[in-house]
Each structure stands twice: as C-alpha cells, then as structure tokens.
Design a protein around this ligand. Structure first.
Ligand code: TXA
Ligand code: MG
Length: 335
C-alpha cells in the first residue's frame, strides 16, 4: 500500500500541497464531512485528471469549495434565501447550488467541473486544514469525495490510499473526518422554491427554520434514476444522485433487518433484536450523529473483511437518520 502518499497536514505540507494544486495537480484533503479529492476548479486540465482519477462520468458535476460567502459571490448568483443559508451554515456541511455567474473570466469555474451546467455547487468547508489549503491556494477547489466513483466515501487518509492509491497524488492526513457523511445539498435558483437535492448533516428542519417554510416543502422528490442523462431538463437535478452509489465492492446490503438470514452478518443500531448478535453496531446508544460517523467506516471494514451479506438494523427516519438512510438505500441498490 502506498502509505508514503500520506503526509501529516503540517503547515509546510499544506504549502507544498497548495503549490502542487496550483501547478494542476491533485490532492486529497480532509473536510468536516468526508475526505475530498481537490483540483483547481478553474483549470480544465486539472479537472479532467480529477474525473479520470475517480473514474467519474463527466456528466456528474463537482462541488467548488471556497473560503467564504464573499468569495462564493464572485462565482455564483446568490438570491436572498441563498445568502441567508450561507450566513446561517457557512463555514459548514451545506452545499448551495446557484446559477453560475462569475464576476470576471478569472472567477469562472471551468465548464468541465460544472459538467456543462449553468449552475454551480458551492461550499465553504469548516475544517481548519481545508481552510488553510484554500488560503494558501487562493482560489476555488473542485473537490468530490476522494473515492473511486460509485464507491464508499472515505473518512480517513487510509481509506483514500486504499481506494485511489497513487491516483490521489498526495493525501493530507488530518485524522478522521468528523461528521462522516457528505454535505447537505440544496438548490436555490430563481423562479423555483429551494429544494434539497441530497440530505446530509444540515437537516430539512434546520434549513426550513432559516427559510421560514415547512421542511416538507424542501423535500420535493428528486429524480432517481441510474441514467442521469435520461432525466432531461427536469430541473433542478443532482446528476450525481444515481440510485446505486456509496456501494461496497462485494457485499450486498439488506436494510431494515430485524433478523439474520444465512450467510449474513448483522450491522446493528441501538439495541439489537432478541437473539441477533451484531458483528458491529453503528451506535449502541442509538445516537444518530454517532451512526453517521461510523456508517462508512463500518461498511468499508465489513466489505474489506470479505462479508458477502450485511443485514442492517432499521435507522429512524428523522434528523441525521434521513441522510443515513439515503446513503444506505443507494448502497443497497443492485443496479
Ligand atoms: O461533503 C461533501 O459535499 C464532500 C466534501 C469533499 O466536500 N463532497 C462531495 O462531493 O460529496 P461529491 O462529488 O461526491 O458529491 C457532489 C454531489 C454530486 O451528487 C453532484 O451531482 C452534485 O453534488 N452536484 C454538483 N454540482 C451540481 C449542480 N450544479 N447541480 C446539482 N447537483 C450538483
Ligand atoms: Mg461522492
């Protein structure tokens, strides 16, 4: 394993990484959600290498990361609702999809990073190492989760090394990503009410409190198809929300399981059903934030250990449970 890829995120390593990315290179970096694979969002050649490193289809756009709302507003058009959300939740695990409206040619995120869309996904991460790299780099970083396309998101530097190896080019080690689940994505575009495209750590209730609307109004069902290109103009769509995603390589998942079938191991949540002995438990105390942190590591571990069938306890469909169940449903889809 190419562990020499991994560098502790010292100030010197951050400066070297910023120079590498400025020169068109790639680098995996910790954020407060999951590790991201970063490239200069304005450099189409660097972004092309980023898609290639992940094996990601070019129709699936990337999130551009920047330091704060002021910089974000040089790239995208922020309606008052988008400003309110950024002020409430940035820096943090919220991605805003807004119209791409660069203030100057130099502020433009390359079309490849946007997958040709005239919208742009923007996020100001809260992780101090991501922030230090953004400061040292001085521009927007395109950064999808640092895993091979369709696979489980990485929450440690070792996960990145195992999944991408030398294709990551370098990995800044900042310990375990704290939240463990990718950011909430909400589209705030003119002439259409704000809509959640991907549930995440910032819940519909928290967003609705800022927008002064009903949480349900933000949850209009998103198109769910494995064929994102067939979704036509159904706006606003999240091209990456393929039904099969976040998938282990070998293991098959069975959700809402109250029992064990032959050949399965049990991934618990809270108190297990009588007679069922969990191999792992996402959160013995039934705490959803804990389960969000342990979800991807548990799936990585069980997959790597070669288990073929994983029965997963029911997870309550509220708060962070909405995002956990979203990832589990996609991981369980066979096609
Ligand atoms: O927490 C996160 O968001 C992590 C960290 C690294 O920041 N990043 C992440 O990126 O999860 P990725 O590429 O794995 O997921 C980004 C999602 C994809 O589903 C993509 O389709 C969607 O964002 N997306 C990007 N641009 C979009 C746009 N203009 N409109 C709709 N969806 C968009
Ligand atoms: Mg991803």
């Amino acid at each position: 394993m190419a562990t020499s890829l991994i560098q502790p995120a010292t100030p010197a390593a951050i400066a070297r990484t910023a120079a590498h990315v400025r020169a068109g290179g790639l680098a995996a970096i910790p954020t407060e959600t999951v590790y991201g694979l970063a490239a200069d969002a304005r450099n189409a050649q660097a972004v092309a290498r980023l898609y290639a490193a992940k094996g990601r289809p070019a129709f699936n756009p990337l999130i551009a990361h920047m330091r704060d709302l002021e910089i974000a507003q040089t790239i995208g058009a922020f309606a008052p609702e988008a400003v309110a959300l950024a002020e409430a939740f940035w820096p943090g695990p919220l991605t805003l999809v807004v119209r791409h409206a660069p203030r100057s040619v130099g502020d433009s995120v390359c079309a490849l990073a946007r997958a040709g869309l005239d919208t742009i996904a923007l996020r100001a991460p809260a992780h101090p190492i991501a922030q230090a790299l953004l400061d040292a780099f001085g521009g927007p970083l395109a950064a999808p989760s640092a895993n091979p396309s369709g696979g489980l998101s990485p929450t440690t530097a070792m996960d990145v090394a195992r999944g991408l190896g030398a294709r990551a080019e370098r990995i800044l080690d900042g310990g375990r990503a704290g939240l463990g689940l990718e950011s909430t994505i909400i589209a705030v575009l003119e002439n259409t009410p704000p809509r959640i495209l991907r549930p995440g750590p910032i819940t519909a209730e928290a967003l609705a409190a800022v927008l002064e609307c009903e949480p349900q109004a933000l949850l209009a069902p998103a198109p769910l198809s494995t064929d994102a290109t067939a979704q036509g103009h159904a706006a606003p769509l999240s091209p990456g929300q393929l039904s099969r995603h976040y998938a282990p390589r070998r293991a098959r998942l069975r959700l809402n399981a109250h029992n064990l079938l032959a050949g399965e191991v049990y991934l618990g949540f809270g108190r297990p059903p009588p007679g069922v002995y969990p191999l792992l438990n996402l959160a013995p105390g039934a705490d959803l934030a804990h389960a969000a942190q342990t979800l991807f590591p548990a799936l990585h571990a069980l997959d790597a250990a070669g288990y073929r069938g994983i029965a997963i306890a029911p997870i309550p469909e509220h708060g962070l449970g909405v995002a956990i169940n979203d990832r589990l449903r996609r991981a369980a889809t066979t096609r």
